[in-house]
Write a protein that binds this ligand. Structure first.
Ligand SMILES: Nc1ncnc2c1ncn2[C@@H]1O[C@H](COP(=O)(O)OP(=O)(O)O)[C@@H](O)[C@H]1O
Ligand SMILES: [Mg+2]
Length: 311
């Protein structure tokens, strides 16, 4: 375990990610993120953008890939509704000998070592936790851990981005925090050829016929503004391939339909009527929302959690 001493307090650092990702197609969001992290003059500061888009569209992948282009270590900090301020910085751990050791979070490890921190699903985190980071994301670039009694100024190479789902199943982040997390980088649905490249890259062993079927399906869903993503597609192709292997006698198209049914639900088999009903669900009766019929209430894919679909 790597350790470092700050203000006479010894900290155990988190491990950076070890795996590599590659960003395929869609140059614009990658270019925007790289631009945010540039520092143009002595007095300039990097920006900490929000990477926004539907679940499974590639937000986390984009953040990691952009850090890899800069040849920096990446630390992913998973944010949840019960992430506390100390989880974001330093957690005291009682060892067997009865001594307390202080563990730096992935975020603080990036701050100290000059890595890239991806605050993943940042929209799920409470205002209280965000408040503890206000000074880190403005010109102070400083953060204070009450638990360890230390104040840390970020390494000059420290960079960060926050991923956020495009839905409302989350906390409202207050304006004074939002003003520090700028700009917003939106990841759009990929074009047909990019989507094919992304799927083939992630599923190099898969049959072209199944990939083709999947791209066709996803493109149709995107055109109808349904929130089905690359991740759903990857899962559907994987499952189709496995079922095909388990039972080679069955028709591939039928296996793909079954995969969609089991992954996205019965209604996802008829995209047009699903889209039409989602539009109607704007005039909704409480607890009778369309999404509740086929997605758990708090699920990312539940269209009722998506502001775009609320009239
Ligand atoms: N442009 C892309 N290039 C490479 N892989 C992608 C791309 N977009 C999506 N993916 C793949 O889609 C899946 C979901 O991406 P992820 O970054 O986890 O989505 P999100 O963070 O938005 O939920 C991952 O397996 C990822 O590899
Ligand atoms: Mg993610």
């Amino acid at each position: 375990m790597d350790k470092i001493t700050v203000d006479n307090v010894e900290l155990v650092l988190s491990h950076p990610l070890t795996f590599n990702v590659e960003w395929i197609g869609l140059n614009e969001p990658l270019r925007q993120l790289q631009a945010c992290w540039l520092v143009l003059a002595e007095s300039d500061l990097p920006l900490t953008p929000r990477i926004i888009g539907f679940p499974g569209i590639g937000k986390t992948t984009l953040g990691i890939a952009a850090a890899r282009v800069r040849k920096q270590e990446v630390y992913v900090m998973q944010c949840t509704s019960d992430t506390r301020p100390e989880d974001l910085l330093v957690t005291p751990v009682l060892s067997e000998s009865g001594k307390i050791s202080y563990h730096a979070s992935p975020l603080l490890s990036a701050v100290i070592t000059g890595g890239v921190a991806i605050l993943d699903e940042g929209n799920r985190m409470s205002e209280k936790s965000w408040a503890s980071l206000a000074g880190l994301f403005d010109n102070r670039r400083t953060v204070e851990s009450i638990v360890a009694g230390i104040t840390v100024t970020a390494h000059k190479d420290f960079r960060a981005a926050v991923t956020m789902n495009d839905d409302s199943s989350t906390f409202e982040i207050p304006d004074y925090i939002m003003s520090r997390l700028q700009p917003g980088i939106q990841i759009p649905f990929p074009s047909r050829s990019d989507e094919m490249k992304i799927l083939s890259f992630n599923l190099p062993f898969s049959e072209p016929q199944i990939l083709e079927m999947c791209v066709e399906y996803l493109q149709k869903a995107h055109a109808l503004d349904l929130p089905f993503s690359v991740r759903d597609g990857i899962n559907a192709v994987r499952y189709t391939m496995k079922m095909n292997h388990a039972d080679p006698g069955l028709e591939t198209a039928e296996l793909f339909r079954n995969a969609i049914r089991q992954i996205l639900g019965e209604d996802a088999l008829d995209l047009e009527s699903l889209a039409a009903r989602r539009k109607l669900s704007g005039s909704k009766i409480p607890s009778m929302n369309l999404g509740d019929y086929f997605f758990p209430e708090d699920e990312d894919l539940n269209p009722d959690n998506d502001e775009d679909f609320q009239a």
